[in-house]
Ligand binder design. Structure first.
Ligand code: SF4
Ligand code: SF4
Ligand code: SF4
Length: 531
């Protein structure tokens, strides 16, 4: 498996371009009279993002200037302030335009929800009781690799270390029963096997699959496994193929990139063995060339040459367009957020790839090719925020008085990660500290602990959310991305929010720049599914 990642469900941000000083993104004017908007500009135009409706409006320079403090200044003061830049007539005209747009289109309103609330107890309870989506069994803490960035390698104080501990059948069965009895309302659910290297405990995986098929034959259940690929051969490969496993192989790219970090326990490079296994696997089970059930998982950091990686995925005869790639940023010891897309300066290869990604969006090539392996790295690294934003939908007439924060991950509902000793966590990516334990497979998930984590999440910046222009498109729902020094704290959350605002600002600018050149650039995203 690949125990080196931070960001999953939350997805990557946009390579940052705006001021890197996070303090600038922390301060939000707290004035209920100000229009609930965010202003931004490109070289060609000035824009307003209207939080209440989620619309972007291109405005004249004078309207843009006035909107900064319209609502908290009288018209006379606004005219005086902007007189020298725009002239009295223009300012008066702009004031009338703003008033008319408010009245007729409901834009530029100062309305803000009175409260921003966590999901209700009923919703949390329902999800935990009947809609749990994925079980991840950490079937062994052992691994035959010693990747330099592995979070289990001893340099990450809030994660376990490699150990010979393997999950017992007793724990695995209890985990399966506990999970499947709480996912009844879903059409399908996933049981995943993780490690260490999960194939070191193949007998347990077999036993789990047999048990599930026998005891839960009426339920639609998909099996998946994340492996370092070194044991993907012989009876293991035969078993996985027979059971239609979704197989995720950790492969960082060409040998020069991959072998830099991914080495076997005795220090030997691993690329040749993994690709030889893959070649044999695809020869024996050719369905995996086209069935979408073979995916790759690369760990990247700012030192990685992403262009070289992209060339590899695009040209190696091993891969087909039906497969797929995820890129995860290398986790830093202590759980600080990784900085591949927000470091200063950005790595040269990220700049080059991102530039080409934007150019191809503008001229429509990306829309034609986004699913091709020649675009895997760009799609995995940059595409998600654009797709989410383009698919956001508009709101009318404005946000509700009591707004429930919808995108928060309810710990344990989306995923339940079970360690070999039976303790449960929100997923494999959160730090495995005591505070993050959600329960055990024998006793079930502890609702009060989950509620406490969610409260910490929402209450830590409930008031801030009311003034945050990201509110109606906030995807800051991932607990794993806001931990610092092993803890989910208010300060960590505020830092994460500031980073999110900066990234969202950059996204808005880039999104509009692309549309200025090609108004149809994002039409293709209707077909893109983002999980
Ligand atoms: S050492 Fe093992 S568990 Fe850690 S990242 Fe490498 S393959 Fe994954
Ligand atoms: S980024 Fe999201 S969670 Fe953070 S303050 Fe803004 S709306 Fe709230
Ligand atoms: S904490 Fe939740 S949103 Fe974040 S990676 Fe884990 S399951 Fe996904």
């Amino acid at each position: 498996m690949c125990a080196a990642m931070t960001d999953a469900c939350a997805g990557q941000g946009v390579p940052h371009e705006s001021n890197g000083d996070l303090r600038l993104w922390k301060n939000l004017p707290r004035d209920d009279k100000l229009p609930f908007i965010h202003r931004f500009k490109t070289a060609k135009g000035k824009y307003v993002y209207d939080v209440n409706t989620r619309r972007i409006i291109r405005v004249s320079p004078v309207v843009w200037d006035i909107l900064e403090d319209s609502g908290c200044m009288a018209d006379g003061q606004l005219i005086a302030k902007h007189l020298s830049a725009h002239g009295a007539d223009q300012v008066s005209h702009a004031l009338r335009e703003i008033a008319k747009t408010r009245e007729e289109k409901g834009l530029f309103l100062s309305f803000r929800p009175k409260q921003v609330l966590p999901p209700t107890r009923e919703k949390i309870q329902k999800q935990l009781d009947e809609q749990r989506e994925q079980l991840i069994l950490d079937v062994t803490e052992d691994c035959n690799f010693r990747c330099s960035y592995c979070v289990y390698g001893g340099q990450h104080p809030h994660h376990r270390t490699h150990s010979p501990k393997a999950m017992s059948w007793d724990i695995a069965r209890a985990g399966i029963d506990e999970f499947l009895s709480h996912s009844k309302l879903l059409k399908d659910r996933v049981v995943s096997f993780y490690g260490g290297e999960p194939l070191l405990n193949l007998p347990l995986i077999r036993q789990c699959v047999e048990y599930i098929k026998q005891e839960y034959s009426g339920l639609a259940i998909r099996f998946s496994l994340t492996t370092n690929g070194s044991l993907l051969r012989g009876e293991a490969a035969e078993f996985l193929a027979k059971e239609n496993f979704l197989i995720v192989v950790s492969l960082d790219g060409p040998p020069e990139i991959h072998d830099r970090n991914r080495r076997s326990r005795d220090g030997a490079p691993s690329w040749a063995k993994i690709t030889s296994n893959l070649r044999e696997f695809l020869k024996t089970y050719p369905a995996y060339r086209t069935n979408g059930a073979l995916r790759f998982n690369a760990v990247a950091n700012r030192a990685m040459d992403l262009e070289e990686a992209q060339r590899f995925w695009a040209t190696s005869e091993l891969f087909t367009d039906s497969m797929g790639l995820e890129i995860n940023e290398q986790a830093l010891p202590g759980g600080e957020p990784s900085t591949m897309l927000s470091c200063d300066p950005l790595a040269e290869s990220i700049k080059v790839l991102y530039k080409e990604f934007i150019e191809s969006l503008r001229d429509g090539r990306f829309g034609d090719e986004y699913h091709c392996r020649s675009r895997w790295v760009q799609a995995a690294a940059f595409q998600r925020p654009f797709v989410l934003f383009h698919k956001r939908g508009y709101l009318s007439p404005h946000l509700p008085e009591k707004m429930v924060f919808l995108n928060t991950c309810i710990p344990g509902a989306r995923r339940t990660f079970v360690r070999a000793d039976g303790t449960c966590f929100a997923c494999e990516r959160v730090l495995q500290s005591r505070e993050q334990i959600l329960g055990t497979v024998k006793q079930g998930l502890d609702f009060s602990k989950i509620e406490k984590l969610l409260d910490l999440w929402t209450q830590s910046c409930q008031e801030e959310c009311r003034y945050c222009w990201c509110l109606s498109h906030c995807h800051m729902g991932c607990l794993a991305t806001v931990e610092e020094d092993g803890e989910l704290t208010e300060a960590a959350k505020r830092n994460a929010c500031a980073r999110y605002r900066r990234s969202m600002h950059d996204l808005l600018v880039e999104y509009c720049r692309v549309l200025e050149e090609n108004p149809k650039a994002f039409e293709y995203v209707a077909d893109v599914e983002i999980l």
